[in-house]
Design a protein around this ligand. Structure first.
Ligand SMILES: Cc1ncc(COP(=O)(O)O)c(C=O)c1O
Length: 316
């Protein structure tokens, strides 16, 4: 980024040829992308999640019933109807756009290969745009995530996968993400984005090329998060939490015999901050989300407070 900081001209909305090539090669090597597809850099994946329904003039959006809130925000911004749905598409209503998210924020759940194939079949049957938010893709732990692009058999029509360097390369502050998939859809999205000013700065585009060319920092970061998870899980279990999902990603999703706010309040007494599950949908009302993004020192401190906590009053 420093080497390319003298960049006063407008950057390309489509991305530099080097960045486009880097994303393409990365998608083939890491996601199993095949057939004809295009790529496009994004100013972080949040803006894409929030604005995609608007850019495509979509009127109905479905998203997981325990999910990152921006899928619903995107539907609201577009004036679209938003439906929260279960993992299996068997009972999904017809819809113009469907989001899936694996590994999930907040649950750390990973879609199985057959679940990914099922949503592709659903999208094809309903002529729906299917977007897979894979921003935690590189953070497998007990479960290894796969990309939706691995299962399209080279036919990427109406299918997009969104990736971010925010978590993979700890670049959240620089706003760097990208989308891969259907050439036709990406061409429409790119055209509107040119006029909407959704352009990634050149220094960031150059930094993205560097980040994608290196895997060592990613495996180091994965090991760091997974070690934090391994330390926290037994400490949480000791104080009565049952761990659910949490096989990948940046979070532990857990529950105790009480509401999310009761769990949050109990942990707050120990000076530990957790997120109430209902932030992610009504179905999360008895769960909490613990983020593994705190420092190693803070995680160790949380583990020692949990290990010393008085659990005589905890409901069985
Ligand atoms: C599921 C999910 N998608 C997208 C994002 C957005 O990330 P960014 O805009 O930093 O790429 C987040 C951020 O936490 C997320 O949890």
């Amino acid at each position: 980024m420093r080497e390319n900081s003298n960049a006063p001209g407008y950057p390309l909305t489509a991305g530099t040829p080097q960045l486009r090539e880097a994303i393409k090669n990365w998608a083939i090597a890491n996601l199993g992308a095949s057939g004809d597809f295009d790529v496009l850099p994004l100013i972080g994946s949040k803006e894409f999640v929030a604005w995609l329904p608007t850019l495509l003039e979509i009127k109905s959006v479905i998203f997981p019933d325990v999910a990152y809130p921006t899928y619903n925000v995107g539907a609201i911004l577009a004036g679209a109807i938003g439906f929260p749905v279960a993992i299996s598409p068997s009972a999904w209503p017809a819809s113009e756009l469907a989001w899936i998210n694996s590994p999930s924020n907040p649950t750390g759940r990973v879609h199985s290969d057959s679940e990914l194939k099922d949503v592709i079949a659903w999208a094809r049957k309903n002529a729906s745009v299917l977007v897979s938010d894979e921003c935690y893709f590189e953070f497998g732990h007990t479960t290894t995530p796969h990309s939706i692009l691995k299962f399209t058999d080279g036919n990427n029509t109406n299918i997009l996968a969104v990736h971010s360097l925010s978590k993979r390369s700890s670049m959240a502050g620089y706003r760097a993400a990208f989308v891969i998939g259907d050439r036709e859809l990406i061409s429409r999205i790119r055209e509107v984005r040119k006029h909407a000013g959704m352009i990634v700065s050149l220094p960031v585009q150059e930094a993205m090329v560097s980040a994608l060319s290196d895997t060592k920092h990613v495996s180091d970061q994965r090991a760091r998060y997974n070690l934090r998870r391994e330390k926290l899980i037994p400490a949480l279990e000791r104080v009565g939490f049952a761990i659910e999902e949490s096989g990948a990603g940046l979070y532990i999703w857990c529950t105790r015999n009480e509401t999310d706010w009761e769990s949050v309040a109990w942990l707050a007494e120990l000076g530990i901050l957790a997120t109430p599950g209902n932030f992610y949908g009504e179905k999360g009302a008895r769960n909490i989300r613990i983020a593994l993004t705190a420092t190693d020192m803070a995680i160790d401190e949380a583990v020692s407070r949990l290990s010393a906590a008085d659990i005589s009053e905890v409901k069985k």
